[in-house]
Ligand binder design. Structure first.
Ligand code: AMP
Ligand code: ZN
Length: 667
């Protein structure tokens, strides 16, 4: 074994461990910064040594693979459903049947929460993740291994190796916080929010681009290990065995000596489950003895040895008073139900989301209906049903509006869009103010002193119609406004001046081109370097940019061709906003390396490879990509490739260390 490979393996081992501490135990022992440094170091070594590639290296977690068609895989052991029960009587019935079949009443149970996500089956070979397959129809599922690898709590390599062969099953979930955060970002980019965490989790598994999956904060909780010859004779002990191998087994699992203890577990978690960071919809009760499980076997659909107890989802009935229609900055219409206030899950609910016209139609909603409201992972509760029996004959069906409630323009709905839109982009007040409010928001231009209320006020007083108008405001115009002190007016003016330094990528996001969110703006800024280049790019040029798909490219082309937009950008330019990435000339420290060409190879101790290259350029030198007769120096770090070294030696090019280099520029 050679040195480099040992170093790579040691780093991989270490990073696997840190992933485990962070994502399984939720108890990191090094800082994110140090973790990133180590990961970068490993990535650099792997780049230099493709011969040591390992598909289960921690570097593989960022994704990058595209799966066009997911391979169908037959499950070695069928993935069954679970029978449901809704009352303690149902569970007593179930126990009675089992006692009869087993001929004994000595039965102990495990109690687990029922996680609401998508089930997955994992197989390991030589202690490494081999394959991850969805449940599918129970007999066959889809091979989604590349996507699953991006979920950091799933071990790519077992923590403690074992000779036992097994499959392990669990639930891929999307924690509620992560779900809400994703939705806020989608709304900010003008996209439709996702409906609920469960569908989003299962949809994520089937994304073609694993880089996209890597960005979603998915997690995996394991609940069943299957093998012919497992080390223990009870389900609970085998779960603890799985835990030792590095799997995330929830701490909520408990052994119950009898049904009374099962009932206690059910009662205990009825409310407590609502405080968990993810959604659960019941308890799964399993017979603990593997022998008894085998004896009982399966029905056509589900194991006889397990049963799900479903909690009644907390649901309340209340009355629908009216429906409001909100207009977003992109013109998207969102219907919102106004309800007779009612307590639910610790808060008073007055409003519920209705998503879109189809949903209203599906519910066949009438004014004054008695409606059932539930709270899930979504930010506001939703209406899940209607009591049609209590409706009186004259009740009026909720008619979806045909015209914008704010500007009376006829709404449009394009093929494939779930939502209606108000097309009056430049005349519809909430669209105008919405765009300005987005522009000044923290993640965009972050203008101190200016908030949504002030924007509304300025608009109402006819002082602004678009965000460029902000830069024309005079302090003297602000002071007469309601509740505006001289100091706050000056604050706003200062904030606006300061915002002229905000970098291009944020300005691009602030402008609010549909589907161009924070991340996309960064990509675009990095690629095109200036607004002019981006706006003159063709659809074909746009679509070649990393992460830019059809929809985004289309939207940018539309934006760029619009004369009003071109004028708006020109105005902003005239006020001095940043529309290109500034080449940082202030950093140019010397001309010491003028006319010298450097090639950089290996891993460095004090700086990253990128930083070293920057230092070369800042001192007037050039960075070459390969060694040739034109190269003046090779700066070599640890583990420089042997072929490069030979080549440099053959051409008699001096090989210097990073220390030599820094001395060179300090002289
Ligand atoms: P159902 O889809 O209603 O038939 O319920 C069966 C599904 O519940 C399984 O396929 C799992 O995805 C899911 N599930 C969630 N938590 C558990 C658990 N603790 N034990 C077994 N299955 C679970
Ligand atoms: Zn309108």
């Amino acid at each position: 074994m050679n040195n480099t490979l040992e170093q790579i393996n040691a780093l991989r081992e270490e990073l696997h461990q840190h992933n485990y501490y962070y994502y399984v135990l939720d108890r990191p022992i090094i800082s994110d910064f140090d973790f990133d440094l180590k990961l970068k170091k490993l990535q650099a070594l792997e780049d230099l040594h493709p011969e040591y590639f390992d598909e289960n290296s921690p570097t593989q977690r960022v994704g990058g693979q595209i799966t066009k068609n997911f391979e169908t895989v037959t499950h070695q052991n069928r993935m069954y459903s679970l029978d449901n029960s809704y009352s303690k009587e149902d569970l007593l019935e179930w126990e009675k049947r089992n006692i009869k079949l087993l001929g004994t009443d000595k039965i102990t149970y495990t109690c687990e929460l029922k996680f609401d996500g998508a089930s997955i089956n994992l197989t390991y070979k030589n202690n490494q993740l081999e394959r991850a397959v969805t449940r599918g129809d129970g007999f066959q599922g889809d091979n989604v291994t590349q996507n699953i690898k991006t979920i950091k709590s799933i071990p790519l390599k077992l923590k403690n190796s074992t000779d036992y062969s097994f499959e392990i099953r669990g639930e891929i979930i999307l924690p509620i916080d992560g779900f809400n955060k994703m939705n806020l970002e989608r709304i900010e980019a003008g996209e439709d929010p996702f409906m609920n965490p469960r569908n989003t989790a299962s949809g994520s598994l089937k994304l073609q681009d694993s880089t996209e999956v890597a960005k979603r904060p998915l997690d995996c909780l394991l609940y069943q290990i299957i093998g012919d010859n497992l080390p223990y004779k009870t389900h609970f002990d085998n779960l603890q065995f799985a835990k030792k191998m590095g799997f995330k087994i929830p701490d909520s699992v408990k052994v119950a000596e009898n049904l009374t203890e099962v009932f206690q577990f059910i009662d205990e978690w009825d409310q407590k489950r609502l405080t968990l960071p993810y959604e659960t919809d019941g308890v799964v009760v399993k017979i603990n003895s593997i022998d008894q499980q085998e004896e009982l076997g399966y029905t056509a659909k589900s194991p006889r040895w397990a049963i799900a107890y479903k909690y009644k989802t907390e649901q309340v009935a209340t009355r629908l008073l009216s429906v409001d229609y909100q207009v977003g900055r992109t013109g998207a219409i969102t219907p919102v139900a106004n309800l007779e206030p009612v307590p639910l899950g610790g808060t008073i609910v007055k409003r519920a989301s209705l998503h879109n016209a189809d949903q209203i139609e599906k519910l066949d909603l009438h004014l004054n209906d008695e409606v059932y409201v539930e709270k899930g992972g979504e930010i506001i509760p939703k209406i899940v049903g209607v009591n049609e029996l209590s409706r009186n004959n004259e009740a009026q069906r909720v008619q979806y509006i045909t015209h914008c409630p704010e500007c009376q323009t006829a709404l449009v709905r394009t093929e494939g869009d779930a939502k209606h839109f108000c097309p009056n982009e430049y005349g519809c007040p909430p669209q105008i103010t919405g765009r300005i409010i987005h522009f000044i928001s923290r993640k965009a231009m972050n203008i101190d002193g200016l908030g949504a209320e002030t924007v509304e006020l300025l608009f109402k007083n006819k002082l602004i119609y678009d965000f460029a108008d902000l830069y024309d405001l005079k302090v003297a115009q602000l002071i007469p406004l309601e509740r505006m002190a001289e100091k706050s007016a000056q604050n706003i003016a200062d904030g606006l001046i300061k915002s002229k330094e905000i970098p291009f990528e944020k300005v691009l996001f602030a402008i609010g081109i549909r589907f161009v969110g924070e991340t996309v703006s960064k990509k675009l800024a990095k690629h095109f370097k200036s607004m002019d280049y981006m706006m003159s790019a063709s659809y074909d040029a746009l679509i070649t940019v990393d992460e830019i798909g059809d929809r985004i490219a289309q939207s940018i082309v539309e934006f760029s061709n619009n004369i009003a937009n071109q004028q708006l950008i020109n105005r902003l330019k005239s006020y001095g906003l940043q529309f290109e990435i500034k080449e940082d000339t202030s950093n140019k420290t010397s001309e010491k390396l003028k006319n010298l060409v450097f090639v950089v190879s290996g891993v460095f101790e004090k700086v990253s490879r990128e930083e070293l290259k920057q230092s070369i350029e800042q001192n007037g030198g050039k960075v070459g990509s390969s060694i040739s007769s034109k190269t003046n120096y090779v700066v070599a770090g640890e583990n420089m490739g042997p072929s490069k070294r030979t080549k440099a030696e053959d051409l008699k090019i001096p090989i210097i260390s990073e220390n030599d280099f820094f001395e060179m520029i300090q002289e």
